[in-house]
Design a protein around this ligand. Structure first.
Ligand code: GDD
Length: 348
């Protein structure tokens, strides 16, 4: 019989790619979806439609804030594997909504673990942890042994989810693994995250749909990989005999500035920076047009300056190997957004 996977957060980038991967492996996939009104549901399906898998997934209403809903879902779905991807995942928003973020990203996984312990204790469990937990890291690259120093409510909420996962594994023998994933992007990335904001905005500027791209901190460094590679690692973690924690990362770090430059080049601009700090601007040498402007309102109250991961353990134990590097990733995203803007089909 086909194994059943429950993916919470099915409407997000990772939910869509993971569902596609698991369907390909012959799983029955059930996707948990948080909706506030029926009108909003079509938008929540967009990523599944883009991957042409919307009809292959059973959807259930799911909310990490509601324990009765979690318990009912486990009882009816009876999952063999649970991937907890549901979260308030935008770091900047967590400064405005710290309590909600902690409720969903920290107490949420704890609720789910407690329900798993009581109702489906043999199910394998994946917690979507994050490199944001390393925050103001003192050493580089970061791996499973690096001390945590979260710099946002999102970071400390996720740290609670991570330790709850470790603790339920050690206390109750749950097969619960925590994947500490560095940033992973794709053409299905939400528009609020910096990579997608850059590729979509530059594509729009090129086609006369937008005036200028406004950004915050251009010097932040991130370890960016391709989401399609990372969801495979999530699955590989749950296939191990022993549950454990693993870092997934590309091992390369680039600045936001360098992401902008690479994307601009792919879209045919010749970007030149003028000015400095809050007054810095990016101009297209060929046309003289202003492309990028710094807006200090987009700076964060506390920043994670630089992240770079060491995924040696995952590569050795799981055999995990990312296929897509930085340049290819930027190209993939820039081309997808240019196509969407040209065809007037920006839905995701
Ligand atoms: N979003 C955004 N928008 N970020 C900007 C902007 C802007 O206009 N300008 C500069 N940045 C900088 C941010 O300050 C940050 O340093 C960096 O770009 C990346 O920001 P995001 O793309 O929003 O991602 P993140 O690194 O904060 O968090 C993402 O990665 C985590 C893994 O480390 C999210 O996907 C998290 O959910 C995930 O856990």
């Amino acid at each position: 019989m086909a194994r059943t996977a429950l993916i919470t957060g099915i409407s997000g980038q990772d939910g869509a790619y993971l569902a596609q991967f698991l369907l390909g492996m012959g799983y029955r996939v059930v996707g948990g979806l948080r909706r506030s009104s029926s009108g909003a549901i079509a938008r929540l399906h967009e990523r599944l439609h883009e991957l042409q898998i919307a009809d292959d997934i059973a959807l259930v209403d799911f909310d990490l804030a509601e324990i009765t809903n979690i318990m009912r879902t486990l009882e009816t779905v009876k999952p063999d594997e649970i991937y907890n991807l549901a979260a308030q995942s935008f770091v900047a928003l967590s400064f405005d909504q710290p309590i909600y973020t902690t409720e969903v990203d920290g107490v949420g996984p704890l609720r789910l673990l407690e329900a798993v312990r009581q109702l489906t204790p043999t199910a394998r469990f994946y917690q979507a942890s994050t490199s944001e937990m390393f925050g103001k890291a003192r050493t580089a690259p970061q791996d499973e042994t690096t001390p945590f120093y979260p710099r946002s409510p999102y970071g400390f909420a996720k740290l609670l989810g991570h330790w709850a996962t470790v603790n339920y594994r050690e206390s109750y023998g749950l097969r619960a693994s925590s994947g500490i994933l560095f940033n992973h992007e794709s053409p299905l990335r939400g528009r609020e995250f910096v990579t997608r904001k850059i590729t979509l905005s530059l594509a729009r500027i090129k086609h006369g749909d937008l005036d200028v791209l406004e950004l915050g901190n251009l010097e932040a460094k991130r370890d960016w990989g391709f989401a399609g590679d990372y969801v495979k690692g999530m699955w590989q973690m749950l296939q191990q005999d022993e549950a454990d924690d693993f870092v997934l990362a590309s091992g390369e770090s680039h600045t936001v500035r360098s992401f902008v430059e690479t994307a601009a080049r792919r879209l045919g601009f010749d970007l030149e920076w003028v000015g400095a700090g809050a007054y810095e601007r990016g101009i297209d040498r060929r046309s003289g047009k202003l492309l990028v402007r710094v807006n200090p309102a987009l700076y964060r109250p506390a920043e994670v300056d630089a992240l770079v991961g060491n995924s040696k353990k995952a590569r050795q134990v799981l055999g995990w190997q990312p296929a897509i590097g930085f340049d290819e990733l930027v190209t993939l995203m820039a081309e997808a957004d240019e196509r969407r803007v040209r065809d007037n089909s920006v839905r995701v």
